[in-house]
Design a protein around this ligand. Structure first.
Ligand code: 4AD
Ligand code: MG
Length: 432
C-alpha cells in the first residue's frame, strides 16, 4: 500500500502514488470521468477516476457514492495549475470504509442558519467552518506564545465560584451540595492572587454569563484570556494590550493565509493593525459620538451602535480609557485626577466588531475596596480572601480580559459569534 499522506502535504508528492483517508465532500461526472472531491480535515482535493484506471466495478461504484461516505483512496499526485491547492489526484483504486446510512442532510445548496445550527455537529465539516476553527486554534496558539514567551505563568482559575466578579445581573447559579455556587464570569480575582504570587500570570478558560439579550456578540459560555501583572499601571496595561494584539494578528496573518482566503477576508484591514493604537478618553469618545449626531452623554455605557460609530473613525483598534466608575466593576481603581472616572480601558475592534478587551488598574487600597464592596452590595464574606491581597503587601497592579470569540469574529470577518466556537451556547441554544 502506498504511504498515507494528508491533503495539505500533497504538493510535496507530485508524481508519487499515495493513499488518502477521508470523506467524500462532493462529486460530479462527465460520464467518461468521475470527479470526487475528497476531504481529510487538512484540505479538499479533486480525485479524477477514469474507467481505464479504476476498472469497471469501481468506476460504476464511484458514480453512486453518497456525500460524506468515508473512503480510503490510492492515486497518483499530478500538478494542476487550476486547482486551489496546485494538485489533483489520479485515482487508482478506493475502498469504502462506511457508507452513510441515509442521505447527508447538508447538501451543497443553501441552507438557513437555524437549520445549520441544529446540525452544527455536521456543519463543522464544511470548508468555511474548518477554516474558522483553524484560525481560532491559531489565535489561541498565538496568545499562549505571546505570554509564554514573555515570562508569564499560566494560572488556571476555578469555574465554581462563591460570588460575582463582573456584577450580579448575569450569574448562572448552580447547586453546590447543600449550598449555591456560581459559574465564573471571569478568572480575574484569582488572577490577582496569582500575580501577587508569581508576578505575571495569565488565566485562560471558559467563562459564563447569563446574557438574556440576543445579540450577535453575546454568548452565555465564552473563552477569555486574562493577563494580570503586579506593579503595572493603566498606561502599562494599555501598552501590553496593544503589543499583544499586534502580535496575535501578525501570527494569524503569517500562518493562516489559506484559511483567510477561504473566508474572503480583506487582509488589508488586518495588516493595518499596527502600533500605535489611538488612545482616547471616554469623554473624547462622548464628544465624537455627539459630533456624529448620537445622543451620548457622560454616564452612558456604550452599546453596539456606539462602538460601531466610534470604530468607523479608525483603521485599527481604538482604546477608550477612563469610563465613569459608576458603570464599571467594583474592583477598578478610581483615577486620582478625576474620581468620577475609573483607571480602565476598553479596546474596540475596527469595522464594527465591538469591544474585544476590557481591562483596568485594580483598586489596591484596602479601605477603598471595602467601601466599594459595600456600595455594590456584594457579600463581604465571599471577598475576605480577595481583601487579604490588599492586607499583605498590596501593590499597584493591572490586567485585562480578551474575549476569544469576538476576536475570532473580527479576524475572520464573521457577522455573528455563533460561528466562532465549535458548539455555541446562547439564550435559546444549548444543543447540539
Ligand atoms: O469587559 P469584561 O466583562 O471584563 C472582564 O471580565 C474583566 N474581569 C477582564 C479583566 O480585566 N481581567 O469582559 C472581557 C471581554 C470583553 O471585552 C469581550 O471580548 C468578552 O470578554 N465578553 C464576551 N464575549 C462573548 N460573549 C459575552 N457574553 C461576553 N462578555 C464579555
Ligand atoms: Mg467590558
Amino acid at each position: 500500500m502506498p504511504a498515507h499522506v494528508y491533503i495539505d502535504e500533497l504538493a510535496h508528492h507530485i508524481g508519487e502514488e499515495v493513499t488518502l483517508k477521508g470523506w467524500l465532500y462532493g462529486r460530479r461526472s462527465s460520464g467518461k470521468i468521475h470527479f470526487l472531491q475528497l476531504r481529510d480535515g487538512t484540505g479538499i482535493v479533486q480525485c479524477v477516476a477514469s474507467r481505464a484506471d479504476v476498472g469497471e466495478e469501481l468506476f460504476a461504484r464511484a458514480d453512486k457514492l453518497g456525500q460524506e461516505t468515508s473512503l480510503i483512496l490510492d492515486g497518483v499526485v499530478r500538478e494542476d495549475k487550476r486547482s486551489p491547492i496546485g494538485v489533483e489526484l489520479h485515482a487508482q483504486r478506493f475502498s469504502v470504509v462506511a457508507e452513510p446510512t441515509q442521505e447527508y442532510p447538508i447538501s451543497p445548496k443553501e441552507h438557513g442558519t437555524a437549520f445549520l445550527m441544529d446540525h452544527r455537529h455536521l456543519w463543522l465539516r464544511s470548508r468555511r467552518q474548518v477554516a474558522i476553527l483553524r484560525i481560532r486554534s491559531e489565535i489561541i496558539r498565538a496568545i499562549r506564545n505571546y505570554f509564554d514567551g514573555r515570562g508569564f505563568t499560566l494560572m488556571d482559575a476555578p469555574i465554581f465560584t462563591p460570588a460575582a466578579c463582573e456584577g450580579t445581573s448575569n450569574l448562572f447559579e448552580v447547586n453546590y451540595f447543600d449550598d449555591k455556587a456560581y459559574l465564573t464570569q471571569s478568572g480575574q480575582l484569582y488572577g490577582e492572587a496569582g500575580a501577587m504570587a508569581l508576578g505575571k500570570v495569565y488565566v485562560f478558560g471558559p467563562t459564563f454569563r447569563a446574557e438574556k439579550s440576543k445579540t450577535r456578540r453575546h454568548l452565555t459560555e465564552f473563552w477569555m484570556v486574562e493577563p494580570e501583572v503586579a506593579y503595572l499601571d493603566l498606561d502599562g496595561d494599555m501598552d501590553l494590550a496593544e503589543d499583544f494584539l499586534v502580535e496575535v494578528v501578525g501570527q494569524v496573518l503569517r500562518n493562516r493565509r489559506p484559511e483567510l482566503a477561504v473566508l474572503e477576508r480583506d487582509l488589508s484591514k488586518l495588516e493595518s493593525v499596527q502600533k500605535p493604537f489611538p488612545r482616547i478618553r471616554y469623554e473624547e469618545a462622548i464628544a465624537l459620538l455627539q459630533r456624529k449626531g448620537k445622543p451620548a452623554q457622560f454616564g452612558d455605557d456604550f452599546g453596539a451602535d456606539e462602538e460601531t460609530a466610534i470604530s468607523e473613525e479608525f483603521d485599527r483598534p481604538v482604546m477608550i480609557h477612563r469610563y465613569p466608575s459608576q458603570i464599571k466593576a467594583f474592583y477598578m481603581k478610581r483615577d486620582p485626577a478625576d474620581p468620577r472616572t475609573a483607571l480602565c480601558v476598553d479596546v474596540i475592534a475596527p469595522e464594527g466588531y465591538g469591544e474585544i478587551i476590557g481591562g483596568s488598574q485594580r483598586e489596591d487600597d484596602l479601605a477603598t475596596l471595602e467601601a466599594r464592596i459595600a456600595e455594590h452590595k456584594l457579600p463581604r464574606e465571599s471577598f475576605e480572601w480577595y481583601l487579604d491581597l490588599r492586607r499583605y503587601g498590596s501593590v499597584p497592579h493591572a490586567g485585562f480580559g480578551l474575549g476569544i470569540e469576538r476576536t475570532v469574529a473580527w479576524l475572520c470577518g464573521l457577522h455573528h459569534v455563533r460561528e466562532t466556537i465549535p458548539f455555541p451556547r446562547m439564550l435559546e441554544k444549548i444543543t447540539p
